[in-house]
Design a protein around this ligand. Structure first.
Ligand code: FES
Length: 116
């Protein structure tokens, strides 16, 4: 595809692997808040034997999702009980309408990692 006015820039997004925690640090069905080295907070979940990770900040307000609860594969926000799918980050229950970012969790040598 051509760019007739030459205004398109190619932005290369570099991802890096970041360590979340040890495998045993995440309680079953209870979110764990992890603050990454750049101060970005994520929530880590152990649900039905699998690990999931999303951004910690609710898109509806200033709530930490790690203070909510997990049920039926969803994280329920502690402020207004909106919810998100912990696998995809898609909103599932109002008042949440904007998705949160979800990360694939990599398990390696007893540690949990994400790419971001
Ligand atoms: S702040 Fe999360 S549902 Fe309102």
């Amino acid at each position: 595809m051509t760019d007739p006015i030459g205004a398109t820039k190619t932005i290369m997004e570099e991802k890096s692997v970041q360590t979340l925690c040890r495998v045993g640090d995440v309680p079953a069905d209870e979110p764990l808040r992890v603050v990454l080295p750049d101060d970005h907070a994520v929530s880590v979940y152990l649900w039905e034997g699998s690990y999931f990770c999303t951004d910690d900040l609710c898109t509806h307000g200033e709530a930490s999702l790690a203070e909510g609860y997990v049920e039926d594969g969803q994280i329920f926000c502690p402020f207004h009980m909106g919810s998100f799918c912990i696998s995809t980050g898609e909103p599932r229950a109002a008042p949440c309408s904007e998705p949160i970012r979800a990360y694939e969790v990599i398990e390696r040598d007893g540690m949990l990692l994400i790419e971001r």
